[in-house]
Design a binder for this molecule. Structure first.
Ligand code: NOJ
Length: 804
């Protein structure tokens, strides 16, 4: 079942059937002011923090309510509807709608009873407020009188949890006022006199929220949720709308809201414009902001154009044109936007994450950066610096980097205070090792090798160059080895459900360490640090041999050792005998030789592949979980217990592509691609334009259903798997290698790439229908000796033709 389509030209996803199987959402704004909006206008807004700056309420675990509702009432017939299908939910045979999610804006169009409406929801660039710009047109041939009402449900307390559960407090600090064209909500309004004397009580100050109506005269207002809805009424039939009258009541205690109406009298064909404005603004700021939108028909289109230009320009840094329309939509627009959202929001705000985690997960954030390096390398560099400043001087990463992170002064997992504050009791084995692929990608994308010499503080004390930070990350792993000499799994490796402790050992981390040693050796050579390079080369050889000896098992690599020394993931084990990540990482790290690589990739295909992607392991834990195999707490086929973990798809795709298996890499890519599932939304449920954390595996009765939308490391691993893997765009420190691994059926494809300030127009031709390999490479008409382009051979504009 299909609910919408990709409009690639506009970079929009267009939802034509509003009764989607889940709320399909979009992100607006920035960390200054963020907003999430669903295709039925559900969602919430917040300033700075999803948890502590919540402005508009959203009730989790309830299907998509409340939201940014706009009601239209025909005052003659008394019929009413909403500008998004819900909450009124008119019969879809008579109510036609279209929701266009674009880059940082969402448009809702509706046509009902001869009236068409369009609402544009957005947060202007660099602004800390949101706009709901409304246009209503009379498409009928008689004069119509309509009341348009906007409704915003304020939280009573900016802390989202307190707002929901601590009513004995939160309801009694809120009150609303009306002034001319807006409602102002005051939180702790009674502190105004104290505040005027420059004081605070219990660290509290007066908080203000604005809900305003610009462009039309306000005909009615209400600041009290219960009065607006009416007792025993809901969002679908609020009395303030059904009666055509807002009663002018304000809240004093009780639940606050903003509801404002305007009466429009429209001749046939006439359009009226208005805009609702939401923000956390005090009296003066509110008046000034309302004045700015006095003519919404002039201001809003300009603001939209600026927003589009900002986003579209960024995305233009890498564009592809392949025979797969779905891949094009994802890589050119939606996967890229998804990467920016994970980069920006980490795991802080979605319809699943409420923002209570007060910081960035180390591994997640370092991986998220990888997804935007090819589009915004300098923005990526800023975040890399930040994450390096969250590395402890022993080389480990802080499992949680607080939003208030203060480099050089932070407690660490060795301090009880850190453990108490963050809930993270110990280091995780993988965190700092993610720096290697991320830093390397940045260096390779930009050629900025001076970055290695930048001095950056450690989280707790001291400072060192980036190069030294990386070395410390290796040292951390080497100082935390288990009894076999492999890296200890500590509180978790990538898998949050593997508690291997200080004595258990992780093959995943071992492969990460192999990659780290390989990269650091290359960086040492680059810096002319011959002694270090020699030492790293020896460590790499010795450690690789050890891992190979310990981890190879018949036709697969094992997952590691438990604290008791038992092997995890042997072919003969009754449960969890085949794991995906060790196989893909054996290839990515360069450890597996080509014969073993062929074997394990075949084993994965035979044992883990499904039509919706590759399962994380098989069979699921049930009766044979070792102590520390936390995955057993999940239903079978779900999450780490044999679910199709989406993040891991990117790695297996990359591994297949590195081995030149274009057909298989692409078939894995397709299987878990949201766009490819546009036609089976009734199975996938999630948005067909963004990734989810996992898809239920074949052990679940809901095989194929996906969960945890938007904020997942999948966005970046899939981007890397597709761009570096399948499309074969592989920058290194001195240039760019082109090594596509594509479906043999493709005739070729083209790409536009910005690279180190130059423009690359790349054409890949595949006349012999190969899955990988090359026969020639032309750079600006000159034949190159192989498939490599040294950066110093590039002109400002470059025509590049690779023939496979
Ligand atoms: C979700 C976490 O955000 C991610 O960091 C982790 O790697 C996966 N769970 C797998 O356990």
């Amino acid at each position: 079942m299909q609910y919408g389509y990709f409009d690639d030209k506009e970079r929009e996803y267009v939802i034509t059937c509003p009764d989607t199987p889940a709320p399909w959402v979009n992100y607006l704004g920035s960390p200054e002011y963020g907003a999430i909006i669903s295709n039925n206008a559900g969602g919430y807004s917040f300033a700075k923090s999803g948890a502590n700056g919540r402005i508009l309420r959203y009730v989790f675990n309830q299907f998509d309510e409340p939201g940014r509702y706009i009601y239209i009432r025909d005052n003659l017939s008394k019929d009413y509807w909403s500008a998004s299908w819900q909450p009124v939910g008119k019969n879809l045979t008579r109510y036609k709608s279209e929701c266009r999610h674009g880059m940082a804006y969402t448009k809702m169009r509706a046509l009902y009873a001869g009236i068409s409406s369009e609402v544009l929801y957005y947060v202007p660039l660099d602004a800390a407020h949101e706009v709901w710009a409304v246009a209503v047109r009379n498409d009928s041939d008689v004069v119509r009188e309509l009341t348009v009402t906007g409704y915003a449900e304020f939280t009573n307390n900016p802390n989202y949890e307190q707002d929901q559960v601590n009513l004995q407090y939160s309801q009694f600090i809120t009150r609303t006022e009306f002034e001319n064209d807006h409602i102002l909500q005051l939180i702790h309004g009674n502190l105004d006199a104290v505040a005027a004397n420059g004081k605070e009580v219990d660290n509290k100050d007066v908080g203000y929220r604005l809900f305003g109506l610009a462009g039309q005269r306000v005909s009615g207002y209400c600041g009290n949720k219960e009065s607006f809805l009416g007792r025993y009424h809901g969002y679908g039939d609020p009395q303030g709308v059904t009666t055509g009258k807002l009663d002018g009541s304000m809240n004093y205690n009780e639940n606050a809201c903003g509801a404002l109406s305007a009466v429009l009298v429209l001749n046939p064909g006439e359009t009226a414009h208005l805009a609702f404005i939401v923000g956390a603004k005090n009296r003066e700021e509110s008046r000034a902001l309302m004045a700015r939108y006095a003519d919404p028909a002039a201001v809003c289109p300009e603001e939209l154009a600026a927003l589009k230009a900002h986003w579209h320009t960024r995305l233009e840094n890498f564009q592809i044109h392949t025979p797969s329309a779905e891949m094009n939509s994802m890589i050119n627009t939606w996967n890229a936007y998804n990467c920016f959202m994970t980069f920006t929001w980490s795991r802080a705000a979605s319809l699943i994450y409420c923002g209570l985690r007060n910081g960035y997960g180390y591994r997640d954030t370092v991986q998220d950066i990888q997804g935007v390096i090819h589009l915004a390398p300098e923005q990526a560099a800023e975040k890399i610096r930040f994450m390096l400043s969250a590395q402890v001087d022993n080389g480990g990463g802080l499992p949680l980097v607080k939003f208030t992170h203060n480099p050089g002064h932070e407690d660490t997992p060795d301090d009880p205070s850190y453990v108490q504050e963050t809930g993270h009791p110990a280091y995780r084995a993988d965190d700092a090792l993610w720096l290697f692929p991320t830093v390397y990608k940045y260096l390779a994308e930009t050629g900025n090798l001076a970055f290695l010499d930048e001095v950056i503080p450690y989280a707790n004390k001291g400072a060192a160059t980036v190069y030294e930070h990386l070395q410390r990350a290796i040292d951390f792993s080497l100082e935390h080895l288990g009894p076999h000499g492999m890296p200890a799994g500590l509180y978790a490796d990538w898998n949050d459900c593997l508690r291997l402790g200080a004595e258990g050992e992780s093959s995943f981390v071992a492969f990460q360490l192999v990659l780290a040693l390989r990269i650091q050796k290359q960086l040492a050579e680059e810096k002319g640090d011959a002694a270090a390079a020699e030492k790293l080369a020896k460590q790499l050889a010795d450690f690789s041999a050890l891992v190979e000896k310990l981890c190879w098992n018949e036709d697969r690599y094992i997952r590691g050792f438990t604290e008791k020394g038992e092997v995890i993931g042997r072919r003969t084990d009754p449960e969890a005998n085949l794991w995906l990540n060790p196989q893909s990482w054996a290839v990515i790290s360069g450890l597996a030789d080509s014969e073993k690589a062929e074997t394990i990739l075949h084993t994965v295909q035979e044992g883990l592949n499904t039509e919706y992607g590759v399962m994380l392991m098989q069979p699921p834990y049930h009766a044979h979980a070792f102590d520390g195999a936390l995955a057993v707490i999940y239903n079978a086929g779900v999450k780490e217990n044999a679910g199709i973990f989406s993040q891991s798809q990117g790695w297996i795709i990359l591994a297949e592509a590195l081995c030149g298996h274009g057909n298989r890499a692409f078939s894995y890519y397709k299987a878990n691609s949201p766009a490819e599932q546009n036609g089976c939304a009734e199975i996938r449920k999630l948005e067909p334009y963004c990734y989810g954390q996992f898809t239920e595996g074949k052990d679940s009765p809901h095989f194929g259903r996906s969960h945890v939308h938007w904020l997942t490391g999948t966005a970046s691993t899939m981007m890397v798997g597709a761009v570096e893997g399948i499309l074969g765009v592989r920058p290194d420190l001195h240039g760019l290698r082109l090594s596509p691994s594509i479906p043999a059926a493709w005739d070729g494809f083209t790409m536009e790439k910005s690279f180190r300030g130059k423009k690359l127009h790349i054409t890949v031709q595949n006349p012999a229908h190969k899955e990988s390999g090359f026969t020639s490479l032309m750079l600006n008409g000159a034949a190159m000796p192989d498939n490599y382009i040294p950066a110093d051979k590039l002109a400002a504009e470059n025509e590049i033709v690779l023939t496979m």
